[in-house]
Design a protein around this ligand. Structure first.
Ligand code: ADP
Ligand code: MG
Length: 640
């Protein structure tokens, strides 16, 4: 019989498959099963209108066979089948789907490698050649009396001849390649009902037709014989039972009310390898521009790096129950990268190549919708189930903050009402919305301070006035917080005020005038302190913020002390350049200031010491390192 040649492009794909060193060879099974499922869909659809089909829904199934002896894996369906022409047109040509062109384009753009594309979208029927050196397809089309056999050993072409087959449908028979390395049993590992069963579970669990396979068991049965006591003698007998391996209906396709919380949590924990339950589950059933279902989970703990890839973001993509991608980044909003879950749409095709552009657009629409859903759910948790939100927040607040700053702060406003900070008055985490809601009418700002300790923040001298007024101060303890507040500037129209650097806006005009006067009167003294301290500070001032404390260090400009600390910890190249401009602020009404003034008039060396001591106190209160601590200690002792 003459061999027919594959079309050129098919040849190239085939070549790729045959010589594939791709590690996910196992996807061949998913591809064949999905073809079988499609074929059944077609015949089932026909049966609705055509009585001659003579089949009902319950008759359809996909049967898998494994023969270790013959090194054969078979996938059989009782679907629509293929005529001779179908075999020729469908299995001889791959270019039809445009896969190759798509692959070339993608490779040119430097995005995905060919192997990535195979892994994620498959190349359909041809993937059989990743594991088989000969593929036989025996098919009888619905409405035809003759069956045909298509056979190919690879690039050199294929043959088609008449054959025989009982019912309508298709058998795809793979003759596995010999192993090249014995240890890994490269291909032999597929010749085993258990591993085939696992592959079905992994990739095709939710195919809507039953996938069955024969399993051999030893069973105890009674024999005719009786023992001495007259009881029947038992005998071990091998039996074969056909079992359904797939669960058919995905949990996300079932009605929300039919799925118990336990089932849902179990699914999450198994599918996403978490030993804890999720904080929340989001179900989406969308129809319209794009129809899809999604089941999303908000985890309650950070992923570890023990399970490979666990930390990689992405949602599982399904098309009508067939998994097409394990981690699709495009469909998961970047600012919620920690969310896990599944998106299933009949509009996704197994072979992305065909509608790549449209596909892209779909993914974007879904992604935007999911972004809103996730945000709403997080807000709901915050309001209605604060313990759960706190669990989530403890695990992911840093990521949220990081994501606010990512992409030039694109999502900073969007995410800002998910933040919570420790409140000086309530002694617990509160969101900006709550802070704002409980602000007295005359309060102009949302006050905050970046600090590494709550105790330190509680005793900050700058906060005295605010504390006296009974206003709330937010204590920000993450190194990113300072940057975030500077970027946000305000929350719903209420500006933020960093109590260590900004004007608190609490003074009357008279008070301001008075401070100014005091400043003017003590000009020479302040200049003297500045000269004494040299590089350590950039300015000295009389402060209006202080009431009982003698001194504190504030900063000028955009860089705060907290930022400086951050950069000195990360030790970036810039850390030497990123220095806060420190200002020594003195309480003009404090006895210490009086003493300084007196010393300045009468005893300059003493005035120098007092200036240094005050500066040292400022450092201590701000939690900054003191370069010459011994000198400071000595100077303090001299005061006794
Ligand atoms: P795709 O499934 O994306 O169309 P494939 O390479 O997987 O691409 O299959 C090519 C074509 O071969 C299918 O579109 C279908 O027409 C035909 N085909 C493959 N397997 C079967 C089958 N088991 N029964 C009927 N037709 C099949
Ligand atoms: Mg296919």
């Amino acid at each position: 019989m003459a061999k027919k040649q594959f079309k050129t492009e098919s040849k190239r794909i085939l070549d790729l498959m045959i010589n594939s060193i791709y590690t996910h060879q196992e996807i061949f099974l998913r591809e064949l099963i999905s073809n079988a499922s499609d074929a059944i869909d077609k015949l089932c659809y026909l049966s609705l209108t055509d009585e001659n089909v003579g089949m009902t829904r319950d008759d359809f199934r996909i049967k898998l066979g494994v023969s270790e002896q013959d090194r054969i894996i078979s996938v059989s369906d009782n679907g629509i089948g293929m005529t001779k022409e179908d075999l020729e047109n469908n299995l001889g040509v791959i270019a039809r789907s445009g896969s190759l062109k798509f692959k070339e384009d993608a490779a040119k753009e430097g995005g995905m490698s060919e192997m990535d594309i195979i892994g994620q979208f498959g190349v359909g029927f041809y993937s059989a050649f990743m594991v088989a050196d000969k593929v036989t397809v025996i098919s009888k089309a619905y409405g035809s009396d003759t069956a045909y056999k298509w056979e190919s050993t690879g690039v050199d072409g294929y043959t088609i001849e008449e054959s025989s087959k009982d019912g309508v449908g298709t058998d795809v028979i793979l003759h596995l390649k010999p192993d090249t390395s014995e240890e890994e049993s490269e291909y032999t590992r597929f010749l085993n009902s258990i591993s085939i069963g696992q592959l079905v579970k992994k990739y095709s669990d939710y195919i809507r037709w039953p996938i069955v396979m024969d399993f051999d068991y030893m069973e105890e049965t009674e024999t005719e014989e009786k023992d001495a006591e007259g009881n029947p003698v038992m005998e071990q007998k091998p039996v074969t039972r056909e079992e359904v391996i797939n669960s058919m209906v995905p949990i996300w396709q079932r009605d929300k009310n039919e799925v118990t919380e336990e089932e849902s949590d179990d699914f999450y924990q198994n599918a996403f390898y978490d030993y804890e339950k999720p904080v929340s589950t989001i179900r989406v059933n969308a129809e319209g521009q794009v129809s899809y279902r999604a089941m999303l989970f908000i985890p309650g703990r950070l992923p570890t790096n023990f399970v490979p890839n666990e930390a990689e973001p992405g949602l599982q993509l399904y098309s009508n129950g067939v998994m097409i991608m394990e981690r699709c980044k495009e469909v998961l909003p970047e600012c919620f990268r920690f969310v896990r879950g599944v998106v299933d749409s009949p509009d996704f095709s197994l072979n992305i190549s065909r509608e790549m552009l449209q596909h892209d657009r779909q993914l974007r629409i879904i992604c935007n919708n999911l972004e809103k859903k996730i945000k709403n759910e997080l807000r709901r948790l915050m309001d209605d189930e604060p313990e759960k939100y706190e669990r989530f927040y403890n695990a992911f607040s840093y990521q949220l903050k990081y994501n606010m700053m990512a992409n030039h702060g694109e999502k900073k406003e969007f995410l800002s009402d998910l933040l919570m900070y420790y409140s000086s008055t309530r002694k617990e985490l509160v969101p900006f919305s709550e802070y704002k809601a409980s602000m007295p009418e005359e309060q102009k700002y949302i006050y905050y301070v970046c600090t590494d300790s709550i105790t330190r923040a509680d005793s900050l001298p700058q906060a005295e006035q605010i504390r006296d007024k009974g206003y709330e101060v937010l204590y920000l303890t993450d190194d990113l917080d300072g940057f975030i507040m500077r970027a946000l500037k305000e929350y719903e129209g209420v500006p933020f005020c960093d109590i260590t650097t900004d004007d608190l806006g609490l003074e009357t005009e008279d008070e301001k005038e008075e401070t100014k006067k005091l400043q003017e009167e003590n000009k020479d003294l302040l200049q003297f302190v500045k000269d004494t301290l040299g590089d350590a500070i950039s300015d000295v001032r009389i402060s209006h913020k202080l009431k009982t404390a003698p001194v504190y260090l504030s900063t000028e400009g955009d860089i705060t002390i907290e930022m400086e600390k951050y950069f000195s910890v990360v030790k970036s190249e810039m850390s030497d350049m990123i220095k806060a401009k420190r200002v020594l602020e003195l309480n003009g009404e404090h006895p210490a200031f009086e003493a300084l003034k007196k010393a300045y008039d009468e005893d300059r060396p003493r005035a120098e010491k007092l200036a240094k001591i005050l500066h040292g106190e400022g450092l201590l209160v701000a939690g900054l390192p003191m370069e010459n601590a011994a000198e400071f200690s000595e100077m303090v002792c001299e005061l006794f």
